[in-house]
Design a protein. Structure first.
Length: 283
């Protein structure tokens, strides 16, 4: 990592990263461990431990697991910090929505250009993030991929298990990032997700506009029902975002989403198309 990247990380590191750094250093010193000794215990170099303690490179999720096991003392502080450290890594426009998504009772997404981030494979997300503009440093791109991949834990959450819907424009399934195999692997992963009991995936045909109506023409959206059973809509435009909570506006956007869903292929037909595009001919 360059000196400039380290300095940038220190400035951008959130409150959780600074708290974790201070706690890790205090607990390490309390247990009379050097940075090198702690690093060996959890599979890192002394310089990596130093970078974490100064926030030059905030703790990764893997490092937090190691810190909890080796110096956490059964308090669970590093384990609890994992969610908030990942939150700090999200783009600013997504942070307000990220926790809401993680705790959603129902999540409904309509996407027009790329696979929804919740469903992205690390390779697809990496190609998408690395190829963006302005170009990010390798370290920042890796952080964003890690944070995006961590969102997939929502699929396996229990009590309550969330109901997750995804509607994709057909063109999204044909738009490669990185290379064609990355796209095919992403489509295979998408097909596997579609078979989960709590997931429904539908495809809006590319020729829908020829029917005279296309309810999705005004762009992507995410609808969330929170654990308190409030409904909100998340809209994102580039580096800007909007959380809509006004009941009248939420109702209008929910009706638009319902119309988009009615114009899409059935879940079964959508899965057949996804498998076909992935090179799998199962029916």
């Amino acid at each position: 990592m360059t000196a400039m990247a380290r300095a940038e990380n220190k400035v951008e590191a959130g409150g959780t990263a600074h708290l974790v750094a201070a706690l890790a250093k205090a607990l390490r010193e309390q247990q009379k461990l050097t940075q090198e000794e702690l690093g060996k215990r959890i599979g890192y170099t002394a310089s990596a431990i130093s970078a974490m303690e100064t926030c030059a490179q905030p703790a990764s999720d893997k490092m937090l697991v190691g810190l909890e096991e080796q110096i956490g003392g059964g308090l669970g502080v590093f384990d609890k910090a994992r969610k908030f450290i990942l939150l700090d890594k999200y783009p600013p426009q997504f942070k307000n929505f990220a926790l809401m998504e993680a705790e959603a009772v129902t999540l409904s997404s309509y996407q027009t250009f790329v696979i929804d981030g919740l469903f992205q494979t690390p390779e697809y997300a990496g190609a998408l993030i690395a190829g963006g503009y302005p170009k990010l440093s390798d370290e920042k791109a890796e952080e964003l991929v890690e944070a995006r991949n961590a969102r997939r834990s929502l699929f396996d959450r229990k009590d309550p298990a969330p109901m997750i819907e995804l509607i994709l424009e057909e063109s999204v399934l044909q738009r490669p990032f990185g290379n064609w195999e990355t796209l095919r692997a992403q489509l295979r992963s998408l097909a596997e997700d579609a078979e989960r009991d709590n997931v429904t995936i539908q495809v809006l045909p590319i020729d829908r506009g020829l029917r005279g109506t296309h309810a999705g023409a005004e762009g992507p959206m995410k609808l969330v029902e929170t654990k308190e059973h409030h409904r909100v809509v998340y809209l994102e435009m580039g580096e800007e975002s909007l959380l809509v909570s006004d009941p009248v506006k939420v109702a209008l956007l929910s009706h638009r989403y319902a119309k988009i869903r009615s114009q899409a292929l059935s879940p079964d037909d959508s899965l057949i198309l996804i498998r076909k595009l992935a090179g799998e001919e199962r029916t």
